[in-house]
Design a protein around this ligand. Structure first.
Ligand SMILES: CC(C)(COP(=O)(O)OP(=O)(O)OC[C@H]1O[C@@H](n2cnc3c(N)ncnc32)[C@H](O)[C@@H]1OP(=O)(O)O)[C@@H](O)C(=O)NCCC(=O)NCCS
Length: 93
């Protein structure tokens, strides 16, 4: 599974065997990304794809020195379950 940013579409995408399996969309506020919605294709749900997408996205956000506003409830729940990402969370201005 490969997670990569698609800045033209304002979303991180996850590929499974080269097929687009899901995405998590954001509003770009430069040093802060506001995540609004996550979707995994029905054929790939409940297989850990959503969790891999969260991990890959948050690791890359950290690598860029950015923070997140997890307005998406799936991301918020993921961060609650994985407190190693809590320090990435900030409030919108
Ligand atoms: C919600 C969604 C993105 C999850 O993706 P997925 O690939 O099926 O999720 P995973 O298999 O990686 O599951 C990861 C964990 O998230 C949990 N989870 C599933 N759906 C959830 C939801 N809507 N909210 C919070 N947690 C959820 C799972 O129980 C699982 O927990 P576990 O690791 O303790 O077993 C996907 O089912 C989907 O696209 N649903 C339709 C759109 C939607 O409801 N989006 C969420 C609101 S933005």
């Amino acid at each position: 599974m490969l997670v990569e940013d698609n800045p033209a579409r304002h979303r991180y995408e996850i590929l499974v065997d080269d097929a687009l399996a899901g995405f998590t969309a954001y509003l770009d506020r430069a040093q802060v990304l506001i995540f609004t919605h996550t979707e995994v294709d029905a054929a790939f749900q409940n297989m850990g794809v959503g969790a891999a997408l969260m991990r890959g996205t948050l690791d890359q956000v950290r690598g860029h020195g950015q923070r997140v506003v997890p307005r998406c409830p799936f991301m918020a729940a993921f961060i609650d379950r994985h407190p190693e990402y809590t320090d990435l969370v900030t409030n919108p201005d």
